[in-house]
Design a protein around this ligand. Structure first.
Ligand SMILES: *Cc1c(COP(=O)(O)O)cnc(C)c1O
Length: 392
C-alpha cells in the first residue's frame, strides 16, 4: 500500500489549483508520432505543426537502421559515465564529425541540450564573473547562469545598444564575462544579430555562447546560425542539440580544443551522468551524414514556412518557426483546440515559456509536410488573424 503524506499532497493540490485558475496548468498528452508529421493523439490522427523534427529525420529509415545496429552491437545503454567506461567509440566519432561540420577545433557531446547548458556556463564562470543574457534566451541558458553563481543581467531582446551599456557599466569589475543568447529564438523564430554581437563581445573581451538548438540542420546550409551570415559569425562557444533537426537525442558544444578539454574535466553534467545511449549517438551520426552529403534538403523547412507566411500576409520568416501571438492563455488554448478539431496539432505556448500576455501558437514547418496541408492550415488560421488585426 502506498503511504499518503497529507501535507505534501495538499501542497501539490493547492499549487495545481492556482495554475488551473490562471489557465497555466499543463497536462501530458499521449502523442504517438508516425512518419510524415502524422501524430496520433486522443485516438485522433493529426498533422503535427509544432514538432522540432524539422527534417523528418526521426523517422528516416537509414537513421532508424543505424540506431538499431548500434543497439545490437553496443547495447541499449552506455552503462557508465564517459570518464568511467561509457566512452564507446561512436561518441568520439560523433564529436569529430560535429567539430568538422561546424568548423571548430573540437566538440563535446552531452546527454541533452539542456544538460549542455547546465554544463558549459558553470564550468566557465563563477561568483567573480559577469553574465549578460538576452531576455528571451532559452530557460536552460538561464539555468546555467544561475548555477554558476555569476552576477547576471538581462538585456532587452536583440538590443545591442543595451548590451554595450551593460558592458560599459559592469565589465571592468568582473573577472570574466559571458554573453548568452539563442542563435534562433525558440519561441519567436528570429535570429540574434550575430555579426555585430561577435564584434561587440570581442571589443570587451567577453565570451559569447550561442545556443543554436533551432539553427543546426535548417539555417546556413544546415551548419547553423553562424553560417547564415557571410562571412560566418562564429562565436567561440556554440552549443546545440541533436534532438531537433537532427531527429534523435543529445546535446553538444563546439569550441576550441582547450575549452573542450576543460569541460571534460570540470563539467558536472558530463562527469556525473551516464553517457548517451549508443543508438542515439549512431542516429545522430547518420543524420549528420545525410545532411552533409546533401541527401537531405536543409532549405526545405524555411521554404515551406515562407509559403505559409506569404499566404497569410505575415512577414517573411528566416527560420521554420512562425509565432502567431494571440495574447491571453485562453486565446491560445482556444485556437489550438480549433486547429485540433480540424486535424492539426499546434500546442498552445503559454507563460512561463513566453512572457505574460504573449501566449501564442508556435507553428513549425518540417521538410516532410505536404504543401496541401500547409495551405489548409493557413485557411483555417486566416479568420483568426483577421480578428486579431481588427482587435489591434
Ligand atoms: C530545445 C532547446 C534546448 C534543449 O535541448 P534538448 O536537447 O531538448 O534538451 C536548448 N536550447 C534551446 C534554445 C532549445 O530550444
Amino acid at each position: 500500500m502506498s503511504q499518503s503524506t497529507p501535507s505534501l499532497d495538499a501542497f501539490a493540490r493547492s499549487k495545481l489549483n492556482a495554475l488551473e485558475a490562471r489557465n497555466r496548468r499543463r497536462r501530458l498528452a499521449q502523442s504517438d508520432n508516425r512518419p510524415a508529421m502524422q501524430v496520433e493523439r486522443d485516438g485522433q490522427q493529426l498533422t503535427n505543426f509544432c514538432s522540432n523534427d524539422y527534417l523528418g529525420l526521426s523517422h528516416h529509415p537509414e537513421v532508424i537502421e543505424a540506431a538499431q545496429r548500434a543497439a545490437q552491437q553496443y547495447g541499449a545503454g552506455a552503462g557508465a559515465s564517459r570518464l568511467v567506461t561509457g566512452g564507446y567509440g561512436l561518441l568520439f566519432e560523433l564529436e569529430r564529425r560535429l567539430a568538422a561540420f561546424k568548423g571548430t577545433e573540437d566538440s563535446i557531446v552531452f546527454g541533452s541540450g539542456y544538460l549542455a547548458n547546465l554544463a558549459i556556463t558553470p564550468a566557465l564562470a563563477g561568483p567573480d564573473d559577469l553574465i549578460l543574457i538576452d531576455e528571451l534566451a532559452h530557460a536552460c541558458l538561464y539555468a546555467g547562469a544561475q548555477l554558476s553563481g555569476a552576477l547576471t543581467h538581462r538585456f532587452a531582446h536583440n538590443d545591442l545598444a543595451m548590451l554595450r551599456e551593460l558592458l560599459d557599466t559592469h565589465r571592468s569589475a568582473a573577472r570574466n564575462t559571458l554573453i548568452l543568447t539563442d542563435g534562433v529564438f525558440s519561441m519567436d523564430g528570429d535570429l540574434a544579430p550575430l555579426p555585430d554581437m561577435v564584434a561587440l563581445a570581442q571589443e570587451y573581451d567577453a565570451w559569447l555562447l550561442v545556443d543554436d538548438a533551432h539553427g543546426l540542420g535548417v539555417i546556413g546550409d544546415g551548419r547553423g546560425t553562424a553560417h547564415h551570415f557571410n562571412p560566418p559569425a562564429t562565436a567561440p562557444l556554440q552549443m546545440g542539440t541533436l534532438s531537433k533537426a537532427i531527429g534523435g537525442y543529445g546535446g553538444y558544444l563546439c569550441a576550441s580544443h582547450q575549452v573542450c578539454e576543460l569541460l571534460r574535466s570540470r563539467a558536472r553534467p558530463l562527469v556525473f551522468t551516464t553517457a548517451l545511449p549508443p543508438a542515439s549517438t549512431a542516429a545522430a551520426l547518420k543524420a549528420l551524414e545525410l545532411i552533409e552529403t546533401g541527401e537531405i534538403d536543409t532549405a526545405r523547412p524555411v521554404e515551406l514556412a515562407k509559403r505559409f507566411c506569404a499566404a497569410l500576409d505575415l512577414p517573411a520568416p528566416e527560420t521554420p518557426i512562425v509565432p502567431v501571438v494571440l495574447g491571453s492563455e485562453r486565446n491560445a488554448l482556444d485556437a489550438s483546440q480549433l486547429l485540433q478539431a480540424n486535424g492539426f496539432l499546434v500546442t498552445a505556448i503559454r507563460p512561463p515559456t513566453v512572457p505574460v500576455g504573449t501566449s501564442r501558437l508556435r507553428i513549425t514547418f518540417s521538410a516532410t509536410h505536404r504543401e496541401s496541408d500547409i495551405d489548409r492550415l493557413g485557411q483555417i488560421l486566416l479568420p483568426l488573424l483577421e480578428r486579431r488585426e481588427a482587435a489591434e
